[in-house]
Design a protein around this ligand. Structure first.
Ligand SMILES: NC(=O)c1ccc[n+]([C@@H]2O[C@H](COP(=O)([O-])OP(=O)(O)OC[C@H]3O[C@@H](n4cnc5c(N)ncnc54)[C@H](OP(=O)(O)O)[C@@H]3O)[C@@H](O)[C@H]2O)c1
Length: 318
């Protein structure tokens, strides 16, 4: 089988397509024939070996989310044979491959009508979106500012906030992304336009909620728009500003900061979020947009993410 193997830390070129023997499932395990594998911006940080993330053991096959079909089952897991599934692999990884071993207990049946790429978008990014939305408690009375609003997570957050009846301002880089923000029913702000801070001050006036995974200059600008007493859910620092979680709280001591991802659920709670995320997409209430690359072009997918050229969730298709 083809797998994308990383033998050293570095640029996208360290992701090498290699032939590897098909893995054999042990007790309680299945082998999934992969139809779509998820890629995260954070996978690029793992690939570079960037702190503060603990370095992966090398060699490794990256990828923590897959959808596909069970093509072999170990003792005790035979009930899954031939079923269409979707699964978050946790830190085990191995998703950037044609086949991957999975503990049967972590599998979800892929809902009928939900394409593998869409299911992959929901099992990780969708579950995170629901966790953050539960904390934000958005209603029709809110004005919500979302950064990187055309991204994997951002586009889901915009949709959910619009469904709750809120007014939403979506910030993104460039006309292709802002067109997507507009299509999702939000007011766009293009932060490649030098006049964007003034534009934000007008359209983001009196915001009550901030949902931010970018931080840095952009995160600071949206926080400054927040009304005293507002809620700021801060969940990432795509800008590279590693101190962002602390800085954000110092910038706005007068607003509420729900925990974001600082209190990550585990076990049944996490699994419940995964089930809800899949159900939201199966019912059409959340529609993940996907940018797909062939598996063999995993390095190009990483490059595109790092160069901010993707919209929606990035997936690899074997
Ligand atoms: N997806 C998840 O499950 C998950 C889980 C935990 C944490 N997070 C965090 O949530 C944030 C969004 O995650 P995502 O998976 O949905 O990613 P994403 O938004 O699809 O990531 C790519 C986008 O990030 C934005 N970005 C801003 N500054 C950037 C920079 N310096 N370099 C590269 N990209 C930059 C770009 O959009 P613009 O050009 O529009 O700015 C880019 O297209 C990230 O901080 C991530 O670490 C995500």
């Amino acid at each position: 089988m083809l797998a994308i193997v990383q033998e050293e830390f570095g640029g996208p070129e360290v992701l090498s397509p290699r032939e590897r023997p098909a893995p054999e499932p042990g007790p309680g395990q299945v082998r999934v024939s992969v139809a779509a594998a998820g890629v995260h911006l954070i996978d690029t940080a793992f690939r570079r070996g960037d702190p503060p993330f603990p370095p992966s053991e090398l060699p490794t096959v990256p990828g923590r989310e897959v959808a596909g079909t069970v093509d072999a089952a170990g003792p005790g897991a035979e009930v899954w044979l031939g079923r269409d599934v979707v699964v978050h692999l946790g830190m085990a990884g191995g998703g950037y491959a044609e086949q991957v071993l999975v503990e049967a207990g972590s599998l979800h049946e892929r809902p009928a009508g939900l394409e593998p790429a869409a299911a992959v978008a929901m099992i990780g990014t969708g579950r995170t979106a629901l966790l953050l939305l539960d904390q934000a408690t958005i209603t029709a009375a809110d004005t919500v500012l979302v950064t990187s609003a055309a991204g994997g997570l951002g586009a889901l957050l915009v949709q959910a906030a619009r469904r709750a009846g809120a007014r939403v301002v979506g910030l993104a880089g460039g006309p292709e992304k802002t067109a997507r923000v507009t299509a999702l029913g939000a007011v766009p702000v293009d932060y490649r336009d030098p006049a964007w801070p003034e534009h934000l001050r007008v359209v983001g006036k009196d915001a009550t909620v901030v949902l931010d995974g970018v931080g840095g200059e952009i995160g600071r600008a949206v926080l400054e728009q927040l009304r005293p007493g507002g809620r700021a859910v801060v969940f990432g620092f795509s800008s590279g500003d590693r101190d962002w979680f602390a800085t954000a709280r110092a910038v706005r001591p007068d607003v509420t900061f729900p925990p974001g991802l600082a209190e990550r659920p585990t076990g049944a709670v996490l699994r419940g979020l995964e089930s809800r995320a899949l159900a939201e997409a199966a019912a059409g209430r959340l529609v993940p947009h996907v940018t797909a690359f062939p598996l063999i072009e995993a390095a190009a997918a990483h490059r595109a993410l790092e160069e901010r050229r993707t919209t929606g969730k990035v997936v690899l298709i074997p």
